[in-house]
Design a protein around this ligand. Structure first.
Ligand code: UT7
Length: 324
């Protein structure tokens, strides 16, 4: 019987803004402290854009991933970007990436699934590949969250960072082994930011633009229950045990969430690579940036089993078990 096609990641890349902001830097402009931020979250610093854009960082991350994969932009037939902070409403960030890379043969679109954006992107690409609709794709997770957080709200603005991560994905007989995904829109307002107010002069509206607001404790409760269950589902689908997984590359929202997931799965924390200490929470960017860090450090060998999981706004969650 012919093997069903799946998707293998053959190259990764990332791009972070130059400007690094420490917890001490933040404590000079608001009522916070390194002690509060690092003990509650594990975050010590983050990169925040000055001139960089979501598309610009995505293009750079994409170039690096293509170079590592040895794939030319013309070979790409699909580009999917997970982001909620594209530079324009239209064109999509993915179309900007297509133009920036010269990927003239690619179809390009964005996915807005907040912190699950990269995983939903990878799962979409995998579905296209399995259906025979494309062969070589670029999946990106990228954000400039510093533009949509409320800098007067210390309970959210200290958590987030900016950046982009990318993966080149190719049709293969081995790669994505199992997927889980879900959404709970009824809880969407636990992590929400209004896009635009009505600018129609005939209608009276509150002109104030709203920024991202989060009920941290509710999102925390959602994460520590949903993520281990989603991981268990992909393990069950693949007939694997938690200890068979070399690395758990999880969305970087809070160190305590990662510790809780590790405890539930009974695997040591050294299987959970961390980037939130130096990057903060980059929403859709967290997973691919961390995957690239792990890859660039030479920590991955062919055949390794890796679980990637994103969770957050929507509310949404998505998990992929891949073989490297
Ligand atoms: O990426 C999407 C997914 N997001 C997540 O998974 C986030 C999940 N949630 C969390 O990680 C945590 O809930 C937070 C880190 C966001 C917050 O931690 P917490 O332990 O839930 O703190 P809290 O919101 O209950 O606030 C505790 C106290 C409050 O003071 P009072 O009312 O107890 O006097 C806050 O006003 O800490 C205060 N506080 C701060 N103090 C210093 C809130 N933010 C700060 C701050 N600096 N930046």
């Amino acid at each position: 019987m012919e093997n069903r096609l799946t998707s293998r990641i053959i190259g990764t890349g990332s791009c972070l803004p130059e400007n690094v902001v420490t917890n001490d830097d933040l404590s000079k402009i608001m009522d916070t402290s390194d002690e509060w931020i690092s003990s509650r979250t594990g975050i010590r610093k983050r990169h925040l854009v000055k001139e960089e854009t979501t598309a610009g960082m995505s293009i750079e991350a994409g170039k690096r991933a293509l170079q590592q994969a040895g794939v030319s932009p013309e070979e790409l037939d699909l580009i999917v970007v997970g982001t909620l902070t594209g530079d324009y409403i239209t064109p999509s960030t993915a179309c900007e990436v297509q133009a920036g890379l010269g990927a003239i043969n690619a179809t390009a679109f964005d996915i807005n699934a907040a912190c699950s954006g990269f995983i939903f992107g990878l799962q979409t690409v995998n579905a296209y590949i399995s259906a025979g609709m494309c062969k070589t794709a670029l999946v990106i997770g990228a954000e400039t969250l510093s533009k949509i957080v409320d800098w007067n709200d210390r309970s959210t603005c200290v958590l987030f960072g900016d950046g982009a991560g990318a993966a080149v994905v190719k049709a293969d007989t081995m790669g994505v082994l199992a997927c889980d995904h879900g959404s709970d829109g009824a809880k969407g307002m636990y992590l929400a930011g209004l896009n635009r107010t009505n600018n129609n002069p005939l209608i009276q509206t509150d002109k104030a633009l709203q920024y991202v607001q989060m009920d941290g404790q509710e999102v925390y409760k959602f994460a520590v229950s949903t993520v281990p269950a989603s991981i268990q589902k992909v393990l069950d689908q693949a007939g694997l045990a938690p200890e068979d997984i070399k690395y758990y590359v999880l969305h970087q929202a809070n160190l305590r969430i990662l510790q809780s997931v590790a405890k539930r799965l009974k695997v040591p924390m050294d299987r959970f690579p961390i980037s939130l200490d130096h990057c903060g929470n980059i929403s859709a960017g967290s997973v691919p940036i961390l995957l690239d860090e792990v890859n660039q450090k030479g920590m991955l060998q062919k055949g390794d089993k890796i679980i990637m999981s994103g969770f957050g706004g929507g509310l949404t969650w998505g998990t992929c078990l891949i073989e490297w």
